[in-house]
Write a protein that binds this ligand. Structure first.
Ligand code: SF4
Length: 259
């Protein structure tokens, strides 16, 4: 058995484990009666749902993962005129989202979301300009030094597996000294994911999707993950504090591979 060190769960699996514990408890629904369905940009998430690491007594944290392309096809098949539906709020609890969550879909977006929070937690100061332009864009590999009130943080970002290999080889050869890196397997990040409407390598489509995410982020009243009232409540009521034993258990995993 190959044992891989503890790591953060993917967003899909974080949400699944919280839905089947905190949310289930709040709604008074036993875990085994809950069916969790996620809508993802990614085909690999279907396989992820079946991994033993993400099950409790054989019950998966996420029961079904459908892709955005599949969802679009279901909407068409059901003859739903999506554009004419009235907008609605998401259900609560756990219905609030921030701009930091929105930009996760673009290469550099996870890093930018982390930097918005890291800046404020590390410096104790309010971050007024939340846009970190240096980590945005569709360049294959991005490198930036971020100033955290005098402390320099070196970050590296790659999207697409060939570019990821280049970045990792640079690190292995000792040519780059990053404090943090972000790797996205798909071109452009999740906006180019295998479950998304097909882009057939058209970079103008990826650019348009990425711009749409940053536009939505800019319009959100909340743009930093740690300011999300639902997340604050989740920690207060259930997880305790970041890296508590419960948070570690539900938000991290320990991958293993059976040979
Ligand atoms: S980058 Fe691609 S493989 Fe990775 S989570 Fe997004 S869609 Fe899935």
């Amino acid at each position: 058995m190959l044992d891989i060190p503890s790591t953060a769960r993917s967003p899909q699996q974080m949400f699944g484990s919280i839905a089947k514990t905190y949310w289930a408890e709040k709604m008074g629904i036993p875990r085994e009666n809950l069916v969790v369905v996620s809508i993802m940009p990614c085909l690999a998430k279907k396989y992820e749902c079946a991994r033993e690491e993400f099950q409790v007594n054989g019950d998966p944290d996420v029961n079904y993962s459908i892709s955005t392309r599949e969802l679009a096809s279901l909407i068409k098949r059901a003859n739903i005129d999506f554009l004419r539906l009235a907008d609605e709020e998401f259900d609560r609890p756990l219905g609030e989202s921030t701009g930091a969550g929105v930009i996760f879909g673009a290469s550099g977006g996870v890093m930018e979301a982390a930097l918005r929070t890291a800046y404020e937690l590390y410096t104790g100061k309010k971050l007024d300009k939340v846009e970190f332009e240096a980590v945005r864009g569709l360049q294959h590999i991005k490198k930036a030094t971020i100033d955290l009130n005098g402390t320099k943080l070196n970050v590296g970002i790659a999207h697409g597996l060939g570019n990821a290999r280049k970045l990792l080889e640079e690190i292995r050869a000792g040519k780059s000294e990053f404090h943090a890196i972000e790797i996205m397997a798909c071109p452009g990040g999740c906006i180019g994911g295998g479950g998304q409407p097909l882009h057939r390598g058209d970079s103008s489509l990826l650019k348009a999707r990425s711009e749409a995410l940053y536009r939505e982020d800019a319009e959100k009243p909340l743009r930093k993950s740690h300011e999300n009232p639902d997340i604050i409540k989740l920690y207060e009521e259930f997880l305790g504090k970041p890296m508590s034993e419960k948070a570690h258990h539900l938000l991290h995993t320990h991958y293993f591979c059976k040979k």
